[in-house]
Design a protein around this ligand. Structure first.
Ligand SMILES: Nc1ncnc2c1ncn2[C@@H]1O[C@H](COP(=O)(O)OP(=O)(O)OP(=O)(O)O)[C@@H](O)[C@H]1O
Ligand SMILES: [Mg+2]
Length: 767
């Protein structure tokens, strides 16, 4: 059920909201009040278009109210217990006109975009725009659409409306398939030949017996070949065994010859030679003991050398000592002469005494000078203290006068003079004495050093005493040791010669002993080889015979093989021919089957085509019947006269014919009915179509259905729409400009007004 519509800037509407109810909803108003625009709004909200737009009488841009940028339609409808809201708007801009759409279910956006919303609504209600405009929405001035069409066109349109056009399409397709199948069958028939089948069948028979013959021949040839091959195989393996025996025989023979030659040459070599293993042993023992002896001699020689070397070392050290003593004696004479000259007829003791005395006199001179200098200091101080009236006479202790003082002064001055002269004298004496004393000390030191040196040299010269004889003894011992060593060396050399000689002798004996052993081994191997040779039986003649037999048998086997191969080839060629024959037979038989199948298919397709035609015709009749029943149900409701008590949609081969029954016969509506009667009939058909074709939806939209009706008919139609039609159609929308149409039992009725002179907007009031 459509609940409401809101039109914003849509054509003459600025903002109109209309609420609808179940039953018949009426819109009444003068021309150009904006009534049709409401119904167009419903169509646009559902499918994004309406008939005038489809026919290009209008452009999208034209529906937007003048001087407004955007038009919007909001339609609310109930479906399957949900409230749907479709909102579509058209917007003008510099770039052109664009449109938007949104679909809400229970206030939730479920789809957006014009195409998506249309397709969602179509699938929700199983209703497309085409069916909507044919079965539900009877556009203004188009109520009798089906009555005005040409017969052929009407058939097509009504068939399409009833969904029968699909049968026509199916039938046309099937006819095409039948034609195609037929021409395919004809092509196959041209390729098929019964004679060829018979010919091939005869060929198959002959070829089968040829093949069987070839199989027998092949079996025989195979058998012959196998026997021959086995024989050849056994001969060749026997020959192989014999060849191996021959090879072994030849090898052993060669070996025996070689060994015999070796044996002979060894016998020759050993001829007249006494080979004595015992003497070899003896020689080796002797060689060993001689080697030991020589080794002992070598160590004695080494110890003699060591002894000589030890003695040489001692003799060397004695010689060094002797050399040092002679050098000390030479130095002693010079040192002694130097000492004698330094002493100058004095002894060391007198010289020491002389030095001590000199030191003593130096000390006493020094102490004398010091005491005189003290006395001089005292004299000077006493003279300083001499003052007239104060100083006393040194002799009488009376106070001295001026004269007394000068007297004492002169006495003291003369004493000072004498003492100073003595100090000067002592200083001169000290200088001379010091120099003499230093000379004496130097001389004493030199004497002491020289006398020590002399003592050392004397000890050194004395140390060599008695060493000379020891040296002579040692030299004699060295000479002796070397003589002893030379003796040993000679002995060792002689021993080495003997050893070398014995070694040569032993090597000769050893070689002979080796050869003897070799001879024994060769003789043994020769005996074995001869024994093996005797055991290896080889018969040259038998070998030659076997070889020629094997060769012959091999050739026989090859011959048998080629005859077997020839048989195989024969069998293959006959099999190939048979295969080709059978393949062709299979193909040609398949062809025959295909022809039969295609013929059957043609038949079945024809049956199907007929069934389709029949079904279509039956359906057409049934639908027409349903429409007729609905039409007659309605007809009585709003047709006020009794001249035509029923009407029907008759079905002929080429058209749907509308007929009225005047009580005596069915007559063509076109031929008998007036304009008003036609309008009534058309209305009945529209309502019937809505009832039959959209029973679930049960909507009907009629724009100016009163056109051409007289006042009685108008009144009756109004009554029918108020009371009867709601029984068969749930929700109807009716537009009229005819005030007489008004009534109190409409589910909802609105009056639309508009100040057209001022191009005003549509206004709504309940009517
Ligand atoms: N874009 C628009 N802007 C404003 N007014 C418009 C626009 N398009 C159409 N109209 C006006 O709206 C009116 C058409 O409205 P509508 O066809 O709905 O009238 P109506 O009530 O069905 O009239 P009638 O009874 O003659 O069929 C016209 O008067 C027209 O001039
Ligand atoms: Mg109109």
């Amino acid at each position: 059920m459509i609940k409401s519509i809101r039109l914003l800037n849509w054509r003459s509407h600025s903002d109109t909201k209309l609420e609808f109810r179940q039953g018949t909803n009426l819109l009444v108003g003068i021309m150009g009040a904006g009534k049709s625009s409401v119904l167009e709004g419903i169509s646009f909200a559902l499918f994004g278009t309406f008939p005038a737009l489809e026919r290009r009488k209008l452009k999208l841009d034209n529906v937007v109210r003048l001087n407004e940028p955007k038009a919007t339609i909001i339609l609310e409808f109930e479906w399957d217990n949900h409230l749907y809201r479709s909102e579509r708007s058209i917007e003008r801009s510099k770039k052109g006109t664009s449109s938007k759409a949104e679909l809400y279910r229970d206030n939730f956006l479920i789809e957006h975009g014009p195409v998506a919303v249309t397709s969602a609504i179509s699938s929700l209600m199983a209703l497309d725009y085409d069916l909507f405009t044919r079965a539900i929405y009877a556009e203004q001035n188009n109520l009798d659409y089906f009555l005005t069409l040409d017969p052929g066109r009407r058939k097509e349109e009504v068939d399409a409306l009833l969904g029968l056009d699909k049968f026509e399409t199916a039938r046309a397709n099937i006819v095409t398939v039948i034609h195609r199948t037929k021409s395919k069958r004809q092509v196959l028939e041209e390729r098929f030949s019964k004679e060829r089948v018979m010919e091939l069948e005869a060929k198959e028979k002959t070829q089968t017996s040829v093949q069987a013959q070839a199989e027998i021949l092949l079996k025989e040839a195979s058998l012959a070949y196998e026997t021959q091959a086995r024989l050849a195989q056994s001969l060749s393996s026997r020959l192989e065994a014999m060849r191996k025996t021959r090879e072994q025989f030849e090898r052993l023979d060669k070996e025996a010859v070689r060994l015999s030659a070796q044996q002979e040459s060894l016998i020759k070599e050993l001829e007249g030679q006494a080979v004595d293993e015992a003497s070899l042993k003896e020689l080796e023992t002797k060689l060993k003991s001689l080697a030991e002896e020589r080794s002992k001699l070598n160590s004695s020689m080494k110890s003699a050398e060591e002894q000589a070397s030890t003695i040489s070392k001692e003799s060397g050290s004695i010689e060094a000592k002797l050399r040092a003593a002679s050098e000390a004696s030479a130095k002693l004479a010079t040192t002694r002469a130097e000492l004698t000259s330094l002493l100058a007829n004095q002894t060391m003791e007198t010289l020491s005494k002389q030095q001590k005395d000199a030191e003593q006199s130096l000390i006493s001179l020094e102490s004398e000078r010091k005491s005189i200098e003290r006395e001089l200091t005292e004299l000077n101080e006493a003279m300083q203290r001499l003052k007239p009236g104060l100083s006393e006479c040194p002799l009488c202790s009376a106070k001295l006068t001026e004269d007394g003082i000068s007297h004492v002064k002169s006495e003291k001055e003369s004493a000072t003079k004498t003492k100073k002269a003595r100090v000067a004298e002592i200083s001169g004496l000290l200088i001379t004495s010091k120099r003499a004393n230093e000379d004496l000390a130097t001389r004493t030191r030199k004497v002491s050093i020289l006398s020590e040196k002399t003592t050392g040299l004397e000890v050194e010269a004395k140390a060599a005493e008695g060493l000379q004889p020891r040296k002579a003894v040692l030299e004699a011992e060295i000479a002796k040791a070397w003589v002893a060593r030379e003796d040993i060396r000679k002995k060792a050399d002689a021993l080495s010669d003997t050893i070398e000689r014995l070694k040569v002798e032993a090597s000769t004996v050893r070689s002979l002993v080796g050869k003897k052993a070799e001879l024994a081994a060769i003789s043994k191997r020769l005996a074995i080889t001869k024994e093996q040779l005797a055991q290896t039986k080889f018969d040259e003649k038998a070998f030659e015979e076997l070889r020629s037999a094997a060769e012959k048998s091999g050739l026989e086997a090859e011959r048998a093989l080629s005859s077997k191969r020839a048989s195989e080839a024969q069998l293959k060629s006959s099999s190939d021919i048979l295969k080709l024959v059978r393949e062709e037979l299979t193909t040609i038989r398949a062809l025959e089957n295909d022809i039969v199948d295609l013929a059957k298919l043609e038949e079945q397709l024809s049956i199907y085509r007929n069934a389709l035609l029949e079904t279509q015709a039956n359906l057409r009749l049934s639908l027409a019947e349903a429409i007729n029943t609905a039409m007659n149900e309605i007809w009585g409701m709003f047709y006020p006269y009794r001249n035509y008590h029923s009407l029907r949609l008759g079905v002929s081969e080429k058209d749907y014919i509308f007929e009225v029954n005047d009580g005596s016969a069915w007559k063509g509506l076109e031929t008998v009915a007036s304009g008003g009667e036609r309008a009534s009939a058309a209305l009945a058909l529209r309502i019937a179509l809505a009832m039959v074709l959209t029973p679930r939806l049960s909507w009907l939209i009629l724009d100016e259905p009163t056109h051409n009706l007289d006042s009685e008919a108008v009144e009756m139609l109004s009554l029918a729409l108020q009371s009867k039609v709601p029984e068969v159609v749930k929700q109807t929308f009716v537009i009229t400009h005819d005030e007489a149409f008004m009534g109190s039992d409409f589910a909802a009725s609105y009056r639309l007004t508009r100040d057209k002179e001022r191009n005003g907007e549509t206004k709504i009031e309940s009517a």
